[in-house]
Design a protein. Structure first.
Length: 228
């Protein structure tokens, strides 16, 4: 579903770029204003994620996230993201609850932009991310050292832990109506490390998702408002 949404989004963006190029008219007129340097634009975008609230309707996951983007120049945008998440891991005989906050910082570089509206485009980027959260291990398997069979279950009280990771970003943004933009981005993520509870690897991390290995794929799908 996410792949289909991304392809549809990028196809829509590409179509709008092509249409703008075809309809662009060249002007040979010279006026006095042509020699006056234009003031550089530094637009600010404030956005909210819609993907996680939709997912929350079908899972135990609860949370929200927002982001702010500052246009450094035509191509580069500085980005910060922040949010909170409450989630549960209940698989492979483990039952774990997590509840905490996360933050990300980085930049996007637009590889393709609309001629008429340079806020529309496809971009790549990167993030460094951090999450501080509480972790409660309600149940974990205790195995026999020789047979590796589960012989009992244990639990651990709530503990304060943390995780950090890095993300690559590929996404697109398009204006859906005046100053409001739809945005969709994939964030291939690589877990780096963090503070653990009694040496237990995190099974689920706010802002990162399930830890099923060193890599994951968080998704941002939301709406943003451009402040001029």
């Amino acid at each position: 579903m996410v792949r289909q949404l991304l392809l549809s989004f990028l196809l829509t963006s590409a179509t709008s770029f092509a249409f703008a190029q075809v309809n662009k008219t060249d002007s040979t007129k010279v006026s006095l204003t042509d020699s006056i340097p234009k003031k550089k634009k530094h637009d600010i975008f404030i956005g909210v994620d819609l993907f996680n609230p939709i997912v929350a309707a079908f899972k135990d996951k609860k949370g929200a996230s927002v982001y702010a983007s500052y246009q450094i120049n035509t191509k580069w945008h500085a980005v910060v993201e922040a949010g909170f998440e409450k989630n549960k891991f209940d698989e492979i005989h483990w039952n774990v609850d997590v509840d905490g906050i996360f933050a990300k910082a980085g930049a996007n570089w637009f590889i393709t932009q609309d001629v008429e509206n340079q806020s529309n485009g496809i971009y790549i980027g990167g993030r460094v991310a951090y999450s501080k959260y509480s972790q409660t291990v309600n149940s974990y398997p205790i195995r026999d050292l020789q047979s590796n069979e589960i012989i009992n279950k244990g639990s651990l009280p709530k503990a304060n832990v943390s995780s950090y990771w890095i993300e690559a970003v590929i996404g697109g943004r398009v204006e859906i109506f005046k100053n409001f933009y739809g945005e969709l981005a994939l964030h291939p993520a690589a877990y780096i490390g963090g503070k653990k509870d009694q040496g237990i690897e995190p099974l689920i991390v706010p802002g990162y998702g399930k830890y099923s290995g060193p890599f994951n794929m968080p998704v941002f799908w939301g709406i943003a408002y451009k402040i001029k």
